[in-house]
Design a binder for this molecule. Structure first.
Ligand code: NAI
Ligand code: X15
Length: 343
């Protein structure tokens, strides 16, 4: 078993740690926690090893948590690190990983330069082998790239424009906003998603813009895509349906026409943490005209990148399986696609 450590146990780190626990190819060495908060206590009670900064050791002990070791020991005992630290902190952590000679997978909140390759399974899985540092692109970018690369495999995508309607905060982030506003994501003309997506899929011209809305459940995206030659709507539906990580939902049949109902369905389905690993494409919104395709999809920001982090582990651990096999294995262990039965 390949020994994997998770540095940072927030929204992404706790989900990736749980995914590692489900996969017999990998052993979760433990997590690094920086404060003895409620999530440290829950992880400790679940039997997960907790590594801490040396100067925080007593704080953890005084709340009843016995650390397994220090960050230095975490680095020594892990063969691969998944860095799930807050935006920008991964770049500082890189020197720790380099010092310990350990490969690492970073998240999309880091600048691309943190890693050798910005990564998204449906697009550049094969390029990830032999790399020491990978960066799984952000949640919106992952959602965009899954659709673009699923279509690119069949129809040769030429250009895409994307409007990202971005959630304001994750459910636990009670200090973020906006509260009563729809806000431009930045002062720039475009958002980072298109530029990021082009690092992974350079042959396609991708432009994105984003607004931020007062909701915590999911992002919503509008994609407008040109392919090389005319296609039909049924060809597009067939191409998207080939992939378990893209789920078509028909609002007329299911009554699901919102992010809140999607999350409720995931809750009722007893998905852990009501996670939705799949892009949810609203089937009625797929419009195809000649060589142009447009659609609206919802992306569960807290969990969408978990499958891609797991696939990236195979590549960085040099477990050389074909694309289809690694995707099937990750999806089966996480239960990706299971929601299809209820939609
Ligand atoms: N939350 C989301 O919707 C998504 C986040 N991401 C990316 O994943 C990364 C992590 O984001 P979240 O899990 O949301 O953050 P988070 O704030 O929920 O969790 C980060 C955790 O890292 C810990 N930490 C603090 N200093 C650290 C350090 N120096 N090194 C390692 N960990 C440290 C924090 O205590 C916290 O528990 C970011 O790059 C973010 O952009 C990607 C996709 C979706
Ligand atoms: O990767 C995400 O969004 P993004 O794809 O819009 O950059 C996550 O929702 C994290 O966003 P945050 O940096 O607002 O916490």
């Amino acid at each position: 078993m390949v020994k994997v450590g998770v540095n940072g146990y927030g929204t992404i780190g706790k989900r990736v740690a749980d995914a590692i626990l489900k996969n017999p190819r990998f052993q979760l060495v433990g997590i690094v926690k920086y404060n003895p908060d409620y999530s440290s206590k829950i992880a400790f009670k679940k039997g997960i090893n907790i590594y801490v900064p040396q100067d925080k050791w007593r704080d953890f002990e005084s709340t009843g948590i016995t650390p397994k070791g220090t960050i230095q020991e975490f680095l020594e005992e892990s063969s691969i690190i998944i860095d799930a630290s807050p935006n920008g902190k991964g770049a500082a952590n890189l020197s720790l990983y380099k010092g310990a000679g350990k490969p690492a997978i970073f998240q999309g909140g880091e600048k691309p330069e943190v890693a050798e390759l910005s990564y998204s399974t449906y697009c550049n899985y094969d390029e990830a082998f032999g790399r020491k540092y990978l960066r799984v692109v952000s949640c919106n970018t992952t959602g965009i790239l899954r659709v673009l690369c699923a279509l690119h495999r069949e129809f040769n995508v030429k250009r895409a424009r994307v409007l990202v309607i971005r959630r304001g905060a994750d459910p636990k982030e009670d200090a973020r906003g906006p509260i009563n506003s729809i806000k431009l994501e930045s002062f720039e003309d475009v958002s980072h998603h298109g530029k990021d997506a082009m690092l992974v899929l350079p042959s396609v011209k991708i432009i994105s813009q984003a607004v931020v809305v007062p909701t915590t459940l999911m992002h919503v995206q509008y994609l407008d895509i040109d392919v090389a030659s005319p296609v039909t709507r049924s060809q597009v539906i067939e191409a998207l349906s080939k992939h378990a990580r893209i789920l078509l939902v028909n609002p007329k049949k299911t009554g699901i026409d919102s992010t809140s109902k999607l999350i409720e369905a995931a809750r009722d389905f007893l998905r852990s943490r009501n996670d939705i690993y799949e892009n949810i494409v609203f089937e009625n919104t797929i419009i195809v005209s000649d060589n142009n395709i447009s659609l609206i999809q919802a992306i569960h920001q807290e969990s969408i990148v978990v499958p891609e982090n797991m696939d990236a582990l195979y590549a960085i651990a040099n477990i050389r399986l074909p694309f289809e096999k690694v995707v099937e294995e990750t999806d089966r262990l996480l239960g990706v696609g299971g929601l299809k039965d209820v939609f």
